[in-house]
Design a protein around this ligand. Structure first.
Ligand code: IPE
Ligand code: MG
Length: 165
């Protein structure tokens, strides 16, 4: 039986989050460069996003690039940033066809200008979409999130909006 028919449509999870990992090892096993694995990962994302949207998943979160990932060799960071921009452009037709809402988790203002521009233009083009939410975690990090939250709390306390007690 095809896998689609085996899926119980009454039990589709509301939120699926995927930590993308193993691209480099996958490529190495095939005697290829890490970038080959990243490209294959992007192609897998296409399949997953399309199926998730069709099955009625409400939120698909993809952990794409963490704040720690900046520590990778500069060449690999460049490859990834270029791949993010290219993939986002390539996927715009899918995002439109499936009415996918896009949000970014993390600070995209720190990305190279070209990648940031592509993301911002894409966000604008998808602004009126009402279907599945695709949350792309890019330049995100648990430490960065905690720092940002605590800083906001400290500001609110200093402004007398909240009681430190
Ligand atoms: C995930 O695969 C890709 C990103 C974090 C962008 P990895 O690059 O972590 O692959 P491995 O873990 O080294 O195999
Ligand atoms: Mg890894």
């Amino acid at each position: 039986m095809p896998y689609r028919e085996q899926i119980d449509k009454s039990r589709i999870p509301a939120h699926v989050a995927i930590i993308m990992d193993g691209n480099g090892r996958w490529a190495k096993q095939r005697g290829q460069a890490r970038s080959f694995g990243h490209q294959a990962g992007a192609e897998t994302v296409h399949i997953i996003a399309e199926e998730a949207a069709r099955l009625g998943v409400k939120y698909l979160t993809l952990y794409t690039f963490s704040t720690e990932n900046w520590n990778r060799p500069q060449h690999e960071v460049n490859v990834l940033m270029h791949l993010f921009a290219k993939t986002f452009i390539d996927e715009l037709p899918l995002l439109k066809r499936e009415n996918v809402r896009v949000v970014f988790l993390g600070d995209i203002s720190a990305l190279p200008k070209k990648t940031r521009d592509v993301f911002e233009r894409g966000l604008a083009e998808c602004a009126d979409h009402t279907g599945m939410t695709l949350a792309l975690a890019v330049n995100y990090g648990a430490r960065a999130e905690i720092t940002r939250a605590v800083r906001q709390i400290a500001l609110d306390a200093a402004a007398g909006k909240i009681d430190p007690a």
